[in-house]
Design a protein around this ligand. Structure first.
Ligand code: HEM
Length: 276
């Protein structure tokens, strides 16, 4: 079959075949702006993949936040199916986030060193989108808001996330409304595991009366596992490209990141597994 027998899509847009400055596709996806945002600071070709990876991850952080916000709201409204659907969509976005580390898989210390000094004190540690996700998970830390003094738009969104119940808080509130004994109150501090919460989840997993809540526990575990996977892949990328040197954001680097990768997200969902 030749090319001319294949049906082709519409090739002229706009009225009367007049010249147009962009395609409908380019306008919808804002491609001119999107493709104008990659500006390597040096001559090292690998720097482009570093910038693209960072930008892709930033977009995905926001997408995950979007789904977790929907899940939080659905939990608050006692709509378990809608919450599970949002968490599931978020989980797929998290998988892409984890796999995005592949874009940096071949970067050598020499390549990284060649542009590291050019970006100065820039560090993913300053990512407001990432911090927002941390707050939604319950890993709250008000002191970090100081980074955004003078950036009210950014800071306000984070203050809101700090003050409102986390995804886990909303899940626990739903468990309480469904008859589990729970007095856990949302807090502006970092979430601390408790025996009361462990006992509630234990009952969800062992008593038929609460079995309908088990898919929520499993969906939260899917989220938790992928957060840790992202941290572990980050750790490997750091180990490979800069070893144990201090970070550009002022931390000890590997030691600091390793500690955070070792902390379980939604801890009771993991600890009760010893007994199930
Ligand atoms: C090879 C590339 C990378 C290296 C060597 C690296 C290194 C580091 C280091 C050393 C830290 C600790 C804070 C500091 O002192 O700077 C850090 C934190 C962080 N980085 Fe990266 N990074 C890399 C790529 C990325 C990318 C592509 C992203 C995506 C946005 C990212 C996001 C983050 C985030 C969110 C944190 C804070 C982590 C937390 O609070 O637990 N990093 N990075």
């Amino acid at each position: 079959m030749g090319h001319d027998t294949v049906e082709t899509p519409n090739l002229s847009f706009g009225r009367g075949g007049a010249p147009v400055r962009s395609t409908p596709y380019a306008r919808y996806a804002r491609l001119d702006e999107l493709h104008s945002l990659q500006h390597p600071l040096g001559k090292e070709p690998a720097e482009l993949s570093f910038i693209v990876t960072t930008q892709v991850m930033e977009l995905l952080f926001d997408l995950v936040r979007h789904e977790w916000d929907i899940a939080r709201r659905a939990l608050r409204e006692d709509d378990l199916p809608a919450a599970l659907a949002a968490l599931r969509r978020g989980t797929h976005a998290q998988d892409v986030l984890v796999e995005s580390w592949g874009l940096l898989a071949t970067m050598t210390p020499q390549e990284f060193n060649s542009f590291r000094s050019l970006f100065g004190e820039a560090s993913g540690f300053q990512s407001a989108a990432f911090l927002h996700l941390e707050f939604l998970l319950g890993n709250k830390n008000a002191a970090l808001l100081k980074m955004y003094d003078g950036m009210p738009g950014t800071q306000d969104g984070l203050v809101e996330a700090l003050r409102s119940p986390s995804l886990y808080d909303e899940a626990l509130a739903l468990l309480a409304r469904r008859g589990l004994e729970l007095d856990a109150q949302p807090s502006e501090q970092r979430y601390r595991p408790s025996e009361e919460v462990a006992s509630a989840w234990r009952r969800v997993y062992s008593e038929p009366e609460f079995a309908a809540l088990q898919p929520l526990g499993e969906a939260l575990l899917d989220v938790a596992e992928r957060v840790t996977r992202w941290r572990q892949r980050h750790l490997s990328a750091v180990k490979r490209t800069m070893g144990g040197k201090p970070g550009s954001g002022g931390s000890s680097g590997l030691t600091w990141l390793r500690k955070s990768a070792e902390q379980d997200v939604f801890p009771e969902l993991w600890t009760i597994r010893d007994e199930l």
